[in-house]
Write a protein that binds this ligand. Structure first.
Ligand code: 13P
Length: 334
């Protein structure tokens, strides 16, 4: 695939007023989400839940793409239509999570590195055949008194760059996700500093690995105080600090940035995105790639009556997509 074709896909992922729904929870993570609402984590329940999400009427009005987990990309609706086909028929680009999760970084207590490079080329080749056109890899950067270390940041940037180069070789747009984790009592300035050094390292590695930024999407965390920090930050402050950090680290060649929600409330995730777009024009489209902030409310509705509440749950999915789509334009009203 040419760089022009990769660039076209990347631009479609951040088309005006559209964003991504992340439904790529690994089996362990979806188990936690299902446990929270009292649903048994069977393969059929996972399939039925993802069918509810992906067949939401008119979802493509506000959703450009969806990130799936390996199992989901191989599944179909109860009528036997592969999810990838359902998505493409509705103008939603299929994406796939390709990392194999985080593992303790030896020698660095409290820090993790994402694994999954072994055999990745062959897996990407198969995912392309199954219909995926972009792929996601999530690195995790924890903040505590003495961390993150430079070694942890570099190890994760290196893995992200190797994965991104492989994606482009195999015709998939890499969505590179260095998530600076919100857990902790650190303040917003610490989050800013860690996010800045992480993004600098990431873009340095992407450059060294010949990754073409025109065909790459950044999935970023926002600059926020830690979840147990005694100081709070206003919507405007979070938006201003996040923009300042991104503008000082992310090349303007990048086709777009999408945010993860990372444990923010639905309202905050939408309000912060809206405020950043209101403060524009920015060098890149800024949109969303939310997991929890797209799904939580709908999951709670669906869980009450797995087959009886599909319509109501889908109305909630659509509402969250519409709200975040408006926030991607700076047109959302609380
Ligand atoms: P959250 O929006 O729930 O943080 O999930 C997004 C995601 O895909 C994290 O990798």
């Amino acid at each position: 695939m040419s760089i022009e074709q990769l660039a076209d896909i990347a631009q479609a992922m951040v088309a005006p007023g559209k964003g991504i729904i992340a439904i790529d929870e690994s089996t362990g993570t979806i188990q936690k989400r299902f446990d929270g609402v009292g649903v048994e984590c069977t393969e059929e329940n996972r399939r039925a839940y993802r069918e509810m999400l992906l067949t939401t009427p008119n979802l493509g009005q506000h959703i450009s793409g969806a990130i799936l987990f390996d199992e989901t990309l191989r599944q179909s609706t109860k009528d036997g239509v592969p999810f990838a086909k359902v998505m493409m028929d509705n103008g939603i680009i299929p994406g796939i999570k390709v990392d194999k999760g985080t593992h303790a970084l030896a020698g660095f207590p409290g820090e993790v590195v994402t694994e999954g490079l072994d055999g990745l080329r062959a897996r990407l080749e198969e995912y392309y055949k199954l219909g995926a056109r972009f792929a996601k890899w999530r690195a995790v950067i924890n903040i505590s008194d003495d961390i993150p270390s430079g070694t942890c940041i570099e190890a994760n940037s290196h893995a992200l760059a190797r994965y991104a180069a492989l994606c482009q070789e195999q015709g998939l747009v890499p969505m590179v996700e260095p998530e600076v984790i919100m857990d902790g009592n650190h303040d917003i300035d610490t989050c800013y500093d860690v996010t800045e050094v992480t993004l600098r390292s990431l873009f340095g590695s992407l450059y060294e690995h010949n990754v073409m930024l025109e065909g790459t999407i950044l999935k970023a965390s926002m600059v926020l105080p830690g979840s147990t920090c005694s100081d709070t930050a206003s919507v405007e402050e979070v938006a201003a600090e996040t923009l300042r950090c991104l503008k000082s680290t992310v090349p303007a060649t990048l086709p777009g940035i999408v945010f993860l929600s990372g444990g923010q409330s639905d309202h905050d995730a939408t309000a912060h995105l809206n405020a950043m777009n209101l403060a524009g024009p920015n060098p890149w489209p800024l949109s969303f790639s939310y997991g929890r902030a797209m799904q939580s409310a709908a999951l709670a509705i669906w869980a009450k009556d797995l087959t009886g509440n599909i319509g109501k749950a889908q109305e909630m999915v659509f509402e969250r997509a519409r709200a975040n789509g408006l926030a991607a334009l700076g047109e959302w009203k609380a």
